[in-house]
Design a binder for this molecule. Structure first.
Ligand code: HAM
Length: 426
C-alpha cells in the first residue's frame, strides 16, 4: 500500500524549490532594507496562546486548529499564524524593555489550518510576515504597508490592489458594535447559523460572511468609518497621508474586517487582480493590534504587521506570467573514462567544489557518449573530459558548451582556470 502526503499539504520538488529559495531571499533582502530582523518561534505552542491571542470566536480557533494532547497531557497546537507567537516571545523575553523600540521582526515558516483545501488554500502553508511592536506612530503603519506592497512589486507583480480600512479604537468599535447589533437584530432569523452566533460574539464578522453577502440588510449596515471617534479618525487620516506622500495607491473598503480578533485602527488586505488567479483573490492581510501584548501578559504595547503565504505569491507570479531569474543550470560536468581517470576525476571534483565551483559527475558507470548526454540534459556550461590520454599528458579537456570551443588545461591549473571562466576573471 502506498502512502501519500496528507490532504492539503504538498511536496516542493527541485524545479519549484528554486523559486521558493529565490522569493524567500528577495523577501529577506527587502526586510534588511526596512530594518526588520528575523525571528524564529516554535512550530507548536500552548493552545491557550491562540485561544486568547487569535480569539475564541474566530473560525481559526473554533474550527481550524491542529490541536492535540502531548504525552504529558498538555494541550498544544500547531501554529495557525505567526503574530500570537511573536507577541508571546516579545513578552516572554521582555524585549519591550530593551532600547531601540519599535522592535521589528520578520518570519518565514509553515503554518497549519484545518481548512477545506482548494487552490491557494492548504492545510500546511508557508507564511512570510512582519511585526513591528512598541510604537503607535501611524508612520509605522505606512511603513508596514509599503513593505507589504514592495514585496510583490519588486518581484514584478503589477495587478495588485491595496484595500484599506480602519476598525477604530476600542471606544469606536464599541459604539459601532452596538449599531451593528441594532441593525441586524431584526433579521436575526434570516441570517446563517454562523452569523447568528457572530451577532452575539463579534458582530463585525457578519460583514464578511460569504453566505449572507446578498442579504438586503448587508448593503445598509452601519459603516465603521461613520463611528470613528476623533482620535481614530485622525489616526486613519495620518496613515493615508503617509501613503499619499509615498505614492502608494489604495482603496478604502469599510467592510474589510479581517478574520482574526486582535485588530483595531488600520486593517488591510492586498488582492490580486490578475486574470486567472483563482477564486481566492487575497494575497495577504494584516493590521494594527493594541490589546494583544497585554492579553499575552505584557505591558500595554501596540503592534502592527501583515502576513502572506508564499504559495499565493507564487500563484500570482504564475498568473501574471512573471519569469523569475533563476539559474537552474550546472557549471561543470566531469566526464571520466577509465579507472585511473575516475580517481583523478573524484579528486578534481572535490578540489573544484572546495574552490566554489559547482560540479557534478557520473555515478552510473555510463559510457562516454551517455555522460556527454547527461551533461547536456543538466544544462552544464562546461564539460571537463578526463581520459587515459589526458591523464598521461597531465591535462584535462575543457569544453565550453555555449561556444563549442575546446581547450586543454593542465591539471594543476584547471581549478584556477575554471574559477576565472565562471566568475569572468574577477
Ligand atoms: P490571515 O489573513 O489569517 O492573517 O493570513 C494571512 C495570509 O496567509 C493570507 O492572506 C494568505 O496569504 C495566507 N493564508 C492564510 N491561510 C492560508 C491557507 N490555508 N493556505 C494558504 N495561504 C493561507 C494572519 O495570519 C495574521 N497573522 C496577519 C498579521 C500579521 N496581522 C498582523 N500581523
Amino acid at each position: 500500500m502506498s502512502i501519500n502526503a496528507p490532504r492539503g499539504t504538498q511536496d516542493i520538488l527541485p524545479g519549484t524549490s528554486e523559486k521558493w529559495q529565490f522569493v524567500e531571499q528577495q523577501l529577506t533582502d527587502l526586510c534588511r532594507r526596512y530594518h526588520y530582523k528575523e525571528i524564529r518561534t516554535p512550530i507548536f505552542e500552548h493552545t491557550e496562546l491562540f485561544q486568547r491571542g487569535v480569539g475564541d470566536s474566530t473560525d481559526i480557533v473554533q474550527k481550524e486548529m491542529y490541536t492535540f494532547e502531548d504525552r504529558g497531557g498538555r494541550s498544544v497546537t500547531l501554529r495557525p499564524e505567526g503574530t500570537a507567537s511573536v507577541v508571546r516571545s516579545f513578552v516572554q523575553n521582555k524585549v519591550y524593555g530593551l532600547p531601540n523600540q519599535p522592535t521589528k521582526y520578520f518570519y518565514i515558516g509553515p503554518m497549519f489550518r484545518y481548512e477545506r483545501p482548494q487552490q491557494g488554500r492548504q492545510r500546511q502553508f508557508v507564511q512570510f510576515g512582519i511585526e513591528a511592536l512598541g510604537s503607535d506612530d501611524p508612520a509605522v503603519d505606512a511603513e508596514v504597508l509599503a513593505l507589504a506592497m514592495s514585496s510583490y512589486e519588486e518581484l514584478g507583480l503589477k495587478s495588485l490592489k491595496l484595500v484599506l480600512n480602519s476598525l477604530g479604537d476600542q471606544e469606536s468599535r464599541e459604539t459601532h458594535r452596538k449599531a451593528l447589533v441594532n441593525h441586524f437584530d431584526p433579521y436575526r432569523d434570516e441570517l446563517c447559523s454562523d452569523c447568528q452566533v457572530r451577532l452575539d460574539q463579534n458582530p463585525l464578522r457578519v460583514l464578511d460572511c460569504k453566505k449572507d453577502r446578498e442579504h438586503p440588510a448587508m448593503g445598509k449596515a452601519p459603516s465603521i468609518l461613520e463611528y470613528l471617534n476623533e482620535y481614530s479618525k485622525d489616526y486613519f487620516e495620518k496613515v493615508k497621508s503617509f501613503l499619499d506622500v509615498m505614492g502608494i495607491d489604495y482603496v478604502i473598503d469599510p467592510n474589510l474586517v479581517r478574520g482574526l480578533d486582535y485588530y483595531n485602527h488600520t486593517a488591510f488586505e492586498i488582492m490580486s487582480e490578475a486574470e486567472g488567479f483563482g477564486a481566492i483573490t487575497t494575497l495577504s492581510g494584516g493590521g494594527r493590534y493594541t490589546g494583544l501584548v497585554q492579553e499575552v501578559g505584557g505591558p500595554e504595547t501596540s503592534g502592527i504587521g501583515f502576513a502572506m503565504s508564499i504559495e499565493r505569491l507564487l500563484m500570482a507570479l504564475e498568473a501574471e506570467g512573471v519569469e523569475l531569474p533563476l539559474d537552474e543550470g550546472l557549471d561543470c560536468y566531469m566526464v571520466a573514462l577509465g579507472e585511473e581517470a575516475e580517481k583523478a576525476a573524484v579528486r578534481l571534483t572535490y578540489e573544484l567544489r572546495k574552490a566554489g565551483v559547482q560540479v557534478d559527475k557520473d555515478y552510473l558507470g555510463k559510457k562516454m557518449k551517455a555522460q556527454f548526454k547527461a551533461a547536456d540534459r543538466l544544462g552544464a556550461k562546461y564539460v571537463l573530459v578526463l581520459g587515459d590520454r589526458e591523464l598521461e599528458d597531465n591535462v584535462i579537456n575543457v569544453k565550453d558548451m555555449t561556444s563549442g570551443e575546446q581547450k586543454e588545461i593542465s591539471l594543476e591549473e584547471v581549478v584556477t582556470y575554471m574559477k576565472d571562466q565562471l566568475t569572468g576573471g574577477e
